[in-house]
Design a protein around this ligand. Structure first.
Ligand code: PLP
Length: 384
């Protein structure tokens, strides 16, 4: 599960090889392997204003390299896949929703998705778009799909880690002409490939494990449909939610280690989940890679790595706060996917329907023995 080296769906190369080479331009004598960030508001453009590079809100060579790289990871070996980079995951999500939906359309969102989706819902509703929601687990979105223009899937869901069967949902959506977008943030393209599972769009925040160092925000949209992407591109131009060249370059640089990070962090997440498994004070433990997790069966069918996030609940808010305070090598911080482990009491934000003692734990790239020892010690100390 943690090595894509024999993946027949790729162009004959493993994930590590693909990650270190993704998006690199053809070698040019005396030029660097990955050209540095291009800082430009405009480009020299005498005569007729034809591209590729005219104005910095529309195009930038640093984005071009990054977009190619992400496309190669999301859909290895495929021609005609288009990727657009955005300033953040929310910019990418909004670009798909607001470019595709019109007043009178219906969209299906997950009821247990990313915590900003309720705000998005309000905005959509204000524009006369009908919003239906259903939980991710048990493919419950199928029950409210009838007549929808767009189905929005988030799997595994954040922070509850439920998984839905993407192929099954896509099958039902296709049959009635509904577009499908998958939020691929938690899995990353090395964990799952939504386009291969039949989705029209793979959309993600690159802020999390994709870039993995907790030092930038980024988002992207990938699709095979030139027509769909033309409208997403138009939306990016209108709203201007573009990544800075420095962020785009840092992101591309970080992709080279994605396979290393994803393998290590996935293995660490499983180790933490296994360590928590037998603890009496831990309830509601979820990790799609645990053999007895409710998500495991479907996850194993459509995921190649199960991600770095583990969620669980401690008996009280006070116990959860003491636990977080007692951790030495795990930072109390939001977000996830970084090389440094983080954890937080999710209820402090008020946006998710979770118990007061609910912890979202993001496994980093530390040595597994150190990480597990820190977690177990903090659990013991927080009992007092
Ligand atoms: C973080 C996150 C987002 C939003 O991404 P930003 O880069 O913070 O805008 C969207 N979806 C999921 C699942 C996320 O975890």
């Amino acid at each position: 599960m943690t090595s894509g080296d024999s993946d027949p769906s790729g162009p004959g190369m493993g994930d590590g090889t693909r990650a270190v080479r993704a998006g690199l331009p053809e070698p040019v004598k005396y030029e660097p392997t990955l050209p540095g960030p291009v800082f430009a508001a405009h480009f020299h453009l005498p005569g007729e204003p034809t591209g590729p590079y005219a104005y910095g809100r529309d195009e930038n060579p640093t984005w071009t390299h990054l977009e190619r790289a992400i496309g190669e990871l999301e859909a290895p070996g495929e021609e005609g896949v288009e990727t657009l980079a955005f300033a953040s995951g929310m910019a990418a999500i909004s670009a798909v929703l607001f470019s595709q939906l019109r007043a009178g359309d219906t969209v299906v969102l997950p009821s247990d998705g990313y915590q900003v989706l309720p705000l998005v819902r309000e905005q959509l509703t204000g524009y006369g778009i009908h919003v239906r929601t259903a939980p991710t687990g048990d493919d419950a979105q199928l029950d409210v799909l009838d007549g929808a223009k767009l189905l929005w899937i988030e799997t595994p869901s954040n922070p509850g880690l439920d998984v839905c069967n993407v192929r099954r949902l896509v099958g039902a959506a296709r049959a009635q002409g509904t577009l499908v977008a998958v939020d691929n943030t938690l899995a990353t393209p090395l964990g799952q490939r939504p386009l291969e599972l039949g989705a029209d769009f793979s959309v993600a925040s690159g802020t999390k494990m994709l870039t993995g160092h907790g030092d930038l925000l980024l988002g992207y949209v990938v699709s095979r449909s030139a027509a769909l992407m033309a409208s997403v591109r138009r939306w990016r131009k209108i709203v201007g939610a573009i990544p800075g060249p420095m962020e785009a370059w840092l992101a591309h640089r970080s992709l080279a280690t994605l396979q290393l990070r994803a393998d290590r962090q996935t293995a660490n997440a499983l180790s933490v989940a296994e360590a928590l498994h037998g603890r009496p004070e831990v309830t509601g433990l979820r990790y799609p890679g645990l053999p007895d997790d409710p998500s495991q069966k479907v996850a194993a069918q459509q995921m190649r790595r199960f991600g770095c996030v583990v969620s669980f609940t401690l008996p009280t808010r006070a116990r959860a706060e003491r636990f977080l305070g007692a951790l030495h090598i795990v930072d109390d911080a939001t977000s996830f996917g970084g090389v440094r482990s983080t954890a937080e009491r999710r209820g402090r934000w008020g946006g998710d329907a979770v118990p007061e003692g609910f912890i979202r734990f993001s496994a980093g790239a530390e040595d597994p023995e150190d990480l597990v020892a820190d977690v177990l010690r903090a659990l013991d100390e927080s009992a007092r």
